[in-house]
Design a protein around this ligand. Structure first.
Ligand code: HEM
Length: 402
């Protein structure tokens, strides 16, 4: 007989305000007791198997649309237009089918030389000094030019995109009460800009993502202008802060493992493994959430309609039943960490995963070669654990000048 989740005796956890090691200890203790835990918003799963199962269960819908509600804020500032991240069912499947060809590893590979140029330009500015603040000097400026190049926006407009992205990201800052207006204004400006770009590309297609998405067609079906604008906004939002934080997380991790940094500098072919292992060990997206769209039975437990379940990607990535010695960071790990869950799983699996992998695979070995012997020159400041996309806020480094 299945039991309602509300009637179960479960370990209760609240990770707010805990240091990373403390949070890991709390999670390990809880998952040794039960596969499910209670948290302040509802429930959470922490084992790899359960996180994948919940994310693959289509009747669990994305909780993103419910973020304002969960924060207790009026969401009237939002557009009526749904984002791909919060769409479900056949609507979502249609959109993914149409845009998927523009996001293949091959499409991402086309941008690798451009990625190398961007990182090289950023490193050139600090290489002689032998010191930098990696977040401000390298990680923050890295993804915007790439997303702009991908979309086909001209170089002189990169700063605009950067400002819009910063304001739209405020949605994750747990302060919607104050931020709603700025978010809406940035989103309106981006909307107008992209519509003008779409008009241009319709008459003169170019070799860029926007032209590819305009041309995307399946059995006579095409993306509408509204959908193209939404996809552009989704790519900008989902593709910049994630990548810059993941890069900073990875380098922060390597400061604790100088031997592996040296190895990566000497053997750049280890880059794909280094990226998977860094994302496993220290992912910039710690978790995501789902809401039961109907009563769902899983493992003899009923999750009534409306139940919120957090899927802890970070905890699943440290599951000893998948990775022996999960708390050891090892870029030569066998098998590699490619099952890491920082890109999510199921129908919302990160659309930009190939692009993000390429960006990190280009940046990390290049940094390891150009910034040998890195060491921290002050404390690493971490963003508060409450932010949705997490990583170092400041990462002061010294290295042998090159
Ligand atoms: C290291 C960098 C990145 C990480 C860690 C990351 C992580 C994620 C995760 C966890 C999800 C699923 C969220 C959920 O299930 O609730 C997701 C979805 C998504 N990501 Fe990424 N992402 C990264 C980079 C990118 C890039 C570069 C792009 C764009 C080019 C991108 C575009 C998207 C889109 C459009 C979705 C929504 C897919 C859907 O709902 O079908 N991401 N990402």
């Amino acid at each position: 007989m299945a039991t309602s989740v509300n009637e179960l005796e479960l370990p209760e956890i609240d990770l707010l305000g805990l240091e990373r090691d403390e949070a890991n200890a709390v999670i390990e203790a809880a998952r040794a007791q039960h596969w499910l835990v209670r948290n302040p918003f509802g429930y959470a799963v922490t084992r790899h198997e359960d996180v994948v199962a919940i994310l693959r269960e289509r009747r669990f819908h994305s909780a993103l649309a419910a973020l304002p509600q969960l924060q207790g804020v009026d969401d009237s500032f939002r557009r009526d237009r749904p984002s791909i991240l919060s769409m479900e069912g056949p609507e979502h499947a249609r959109l993914r089918r149409l845009v998927a060809p523009a996001f293949t590893p091959k499409a991402a590979d086309r941008l690798r030389p451009f990625m190398r140029d961007v990182v090289t330009g950023l490193v050139d500015q600090v290489a002689d000094a032998g010191r930098c603040e990696l977040v401000g000097d390298v990680c923050d400026p890295y993804p915007i030019p790439i997303i702009c190049e991908l979309l086909g926006a001209p170089k002189e407009d990169w700063k605009l995109f950067s400002a819009w992205a910063t304001d739209i990201f405020r949605i994750f800052n747990n302060d919607l009460q104050n931020d709603a207006q700025r978010i809406r204004a940035a989103s309106d400006e981006l909307d107008a800009y992209v519509r003008a770009m779409i008009d241009e590309r319709r008459s003169a297609p170019a070799a860029d993502l926007l032209s590819d998405m305009i041309a995307a067609e399946e059995a006579g079906d095409r993306l509408s202008s509204d959908e193209l604008v939404m996809m552009t906004e989704a790519v900008l939002m989902a593709g910049t802060d994630t990548t810059r934080n993941q890069l900073a997380c990875a380098v922060a991790l390597f400061t604790e493992h100088p031997d592996q940094w040296r190895l990566l500098g000497e053997q750049p072919e280890l880059a794909p493994r280094a990226v998977e292992e860094s994302m496993r060990f220290l992912g910039a997206v710690r978790g995501t959430g789902r809401i039961a769209s109907e009563d769902i039975e899983y493992r003899d437990v009923v999750f009534p309609t409306g139940t919120f379940v957090a899927t802890s990607l970070a905890a699943a990535n440290l599951d000893a039943s998948v990775w022996p010695d999960p708390y050891t960071f090892d870029i030569t790990r066998e098998p590699s960490a490619s099952q890491q869950l920082t890109f999510g799983a199921g129908i919302h699996y990160c659309l930009g995963a190939a692009l993000a992998r390429a960006e990190l695979q280009e940046a990390l070995p290049l940094l390891a070669r150009r910034m040998p012997d890195i060491d921290t020159s002050g404390p690493i400041e971490w963003k508060p654990a409450t932010v949705g996309i997490w990583g170092p806020a400041r990462l002061p480094l010294t290295f042998t000048p090159t």
